[in-house]
Design a protein around this ligand. Structure first.
Ligand SMILES: Nc1ncnc2c1ncn2[C@@H]1O[C@H](COP(=O)(O)OP(=O)(O)OP(=O)(O)O)[C@@H](O)[C@H]1O
Ligand SMILES: [Mg+2]
Length: 259
């Protein structure tokens, strides 16, 4: 079981500092954390730094240990990362692409069960019927579901997903969040998901990190992090968080701050 913590991380692109020094107390195994904040605040940058894809100062610690930048093999064994923009497709069928993802990185897993694992994850994401389709034949949302399958099947200790719901319909959004929460708990993963839909964060995640201009504005249970004051301060909207008839918190946006 792995924890993930961040100590005084600083990231710059050229001379521009995007993350000027950020600490995150240990994220616990079995918990889904929402990484929230407006466009350009540094969410993708932070996720890439955790995944070891960009250099940063400071420390990203997995169970109190750091990986060196460039220690790709060790990171790949621990971390699965789904980018915000999916890479161009290779000429593979859906089933093959997920099998390759599993066999490339899931070191030490029983090989015999790989086919069954792939079929199971396809089934749980409701895309079993696409197994023999080529990646290039898929719709945007179907591609995104395959990307999620490729990340999950690697059985990582740390799962990093950058806007994994952006192309999904309401049914698949709910299904994916439900599955991620179940899998995170069952396997004791640390899961971090970048989200713009704050209602999804309220309904489906255990913790939230709220960023503004590369700094952590609030951290804690989503219902404590997302409130009228943070909606105004971070998103510049006049909003309300109110319980719906089923008792779940929901956000209503009434207008823009100052308008
Ligand atoms: N490769 C890059 N080179 C230079 N600047 C970059 C690069 N990538 C991102 N930036 C800048 O860093 C800042 C943070 O970008 P980042 O992609 O982390 O934002 P984000 O929070 O993920 O936004 P979004 O919600 O739009 O995806 C932005 O101002 C962006 O313009
Ligand atoms: Mg982003």
């Amino acid at each position: 079981m792995t924890t993930l913590s961040i100590e005084n991380i600083r990231i710059r692109y050229g001379r521009r500092e995007v993350i000027p020094g950020l600490d995150v107390a240990a994220l616990q195994p079995g918990e889904v954390t929402a990484l929230l904040g407006p466009n350009g605040c540094g969410k993708t940058t932070l996720l890439k730094a955790i995944a070891g894809l960009i250099r940063c100062d400071g420390r990203v610690m997995f169970d109190g240990q750091t990986f060196g930048y460039g220690d790709f093999a060790a990171r790949a064994r621990h971390i699965a990362y789904l980018p915000q923009t999916l890479p161009p497709t290779v000429h593979l069928r859906v089933f093959e692409s997920i099998l390759v993802a599993r066999q490339a990185t899931a070191v030490g897993l029983a090989r015999g069960g790989d086919h069954a694992e792939v079929l199971q994850v396809l089934d749980r994401l409701d895309i079993g019927h696409l197994a023999m389709h080529y990646l290039s034949e898929l719709s945007g949302g179907q591609r995104q579901l395959v990307g999620i399958a490729q990340a999950l099947v690697r059985a990582p200790a740390v799962l990093l997903l950058d806007e994994p719901l952006s192309a999904l319909d309401l049914n698949h959004q709910f299904q994916v969040m439900d599955l991620l929460r179940q899998e995170t708990r069952a396997r004791g993963m640390v899961t971090v998901i970048v989200l713009h839909d704050l209602n999804v964060a309220l309904r489906h995640t255990d913790r939230a990190l709220l960023l503004k201009a590369g700094q952590l504005v609030a951290e804690g249970p989503p219902a404590a992090v997302i409130n009228d004051a943070t909606l105004a301060e971070v998103y510049g909207v006049r909003g309300r968080v109110e319980p719906c008839s089923q008792g779940f918190s929901q956000i209503m946006v009434d207008g823009l701050v100052g308008a």
